[in-house]
Design a protein around this ligand. Structure first.
Ligand code: GDP
Ligand code: MN
Length: 415
């Protein structure tokens, strides 16, 4: 899922006719001052990061004057919120809150629904998981019919919205469902949806994530990598995404798993398939090793794609070994992998003498693939062990072999 910043999401809400607080984006404290001066009222200053729960971390602050807004922005712009450095703040008019509601739309893929579901609660402003189940009201969206006003009215009245704000609240709900559809959303959450003391219904926050595969349909969103990240994409992640972006033949997924490059025990991790990846990670953690990255080449990718993935995995200078975690009997022809791995290791190992490589690969064309690996890697200056289907169910063995090689390698390097 590709996630947008709050201010971007609010821009799309506004375009659809949903009221959002008057506001501006600022990248410096001075710009925040100017924004607050333009708004001419007390404001809220909010960190723009791909994370929620900012209120609790001090990343949402109130300011009565432009000077105070400048100060708040200065503090927030220096923060890191849930792993994300704050590069921009949203300066918005402060609302007079009468009540905070929760409004969210998500796809429900369970068999009895298989449709987007609208969730609404009068207990908003806190995580929806913390709202008692009997206070959360749901309605299924018929995708073709849409979510007409009468469905929204029914939902809002079930949730206990009083008559005088029923129509306006329902109009916002129906409208938000339209935005969800229009932008191919996976999540569209307004928490809080604010009822002001003046009786207006205004989107106080906006979380909008869209389906990765639909990103190309929305150039207006300027999504650079259609995937949700736990941190700002690193150069590694950007290069990894470039492999997928330019070649859709089979999976060739590679992404950082940690930004910690200082502690020992990181392994360049390269799995063949998602299940194999999980087994591979278990194999590492059982012996105290850690994946530096995630990578998966399955679904019958061409050798050039496997080559690019392995090359990116091995570009990490801090890793102490490489694991090709083919913990499955693959039906893809594995010799494409074998050729790719041979080429990569022939290029890389002369720069890393003694480097541990445990290569597990099983399935279609296994015999030929193992032969290609043995033949192609012969005489290289690495600690290379090659295994096939006889070890495919033995993750303990694979982990222990890798650890033994890593320990030898460390000793060799130390003295
Ligand atoms: P989140 O914590 O990342 O979800 O950030 P939100 O944008 O939802 O803000 C957190 C909380 O700050 C909200 O639930 C409100 O209680 C409060 N808040 C945000 N905007 C305003 C505002 O304009 N006026 C007032 N009084 N409170 C606000
Ligand atoms: Mn919120």
């Amino acid at each position: 899922m590709a996630r947008l910043f709050e201010y971007q999401g609010k821009g799309f809400l506004k375009e659809a006719g949903i009221t959002v607080p008057a506001g501006d984006i600022a990248s410096t404290a001075k710009e925040a001052f100017e924004a607050a001066a333009r708004i001419g009222k007390p404001v809220v200053v909010k960190a723009q990061v791909w994370a929620g729960g900012r209120g609790k971390t001090g990343a949402v602050r109130f300011a009565d004057t432009p000077k105070e807004a400048e100060k708040a922005a200065g503090a927030i712009l220096g923060m890191e919120v849930k792993g994300f450095p704050v590069r921009q703040v949203l300066v918005e008019e402060r609302l007079d809150i009468e009540k905070e509601y929760y409004l969210g739309v998500i796809p429900d893929s369970s068999w009895h629904s298989r449709a987007p579901v609208v969730m609404f609660s009068t207990e908003g402003g806190i995580d929806i998981e913390e709202v008692p189940e009997d206070k959360v009201f749901r309605a299924k969206v018929d995708y073709l019919k849409g979510f007409p006003l009468y469905d929204a009215l029914d939902l809002a009245s079930r949730a206990g919205i009083p008559n005088q704000s029923l129509r306006e609240t329902a109009a916002v709900i129906a409208n938000v469902v339209e935005v969800f559809k229009k932008y191919d959303c996976n999540i569209l959450e307004i928490n809080p949806l604010i009822l002001t003391r003046q009786g207006k219904v205004i989107a106080g926050d906006c979380r909008l994530s869209i389906d990765d595969s639909a990103a190309f349909r929305h150039p207006e969103m300027a999504i650079t990598i259609p995937r949700e990240f736990p941190w700002e994409p690193t150069d590694f992640d950007t290069i990894g995404w470039g492999i997928e972006e330019t070649d859709f033949r089979g999976a060739g997924f590679v992404m950082k798993m940690t930004l910690d490059e200082t502690s020992p025990g990181y392994i360049g991790f390269h799995a063949i398939g998602g299940g194999a990846a999980m087994i591979g990670m278990d194999a590492l953690s059982k012996v105290g090793l850690k994946p530096a990255n995630f990578a998966d080449t399955s679904g019958n990718p061409v050798a050039s794609k496997v080559y690019r993935v392995a090359k990116v995995v091995l570009s990490q200078p801090h890793i102490e070994g490489y694991l090709l975690a083919g913990f499955m009997i693959a039906n893809q022809e594995q010799w494409h992998h074998a050729h790719a791995i041979v080429k990569v290791l022939r290029e890389e190992l002369p720069q890393r003498p003694g480097f541990p490589c445990v290569l597990l690969l099983a399935g279609n064309k296994e015999k030929e693939s193992l032969e290609i690996l043995r033949e192609g890697l012969k005489g290289l200056p690495g600690r290379i062990e090659i295994y096939g289907s006889e070890r495919v169910g033995d993750s303990d063995f694979i982990g222990e072999r890798l650890l033994a090689l890593v320990e030898e390698y460390r000793q060799e390097k130390a003295g």
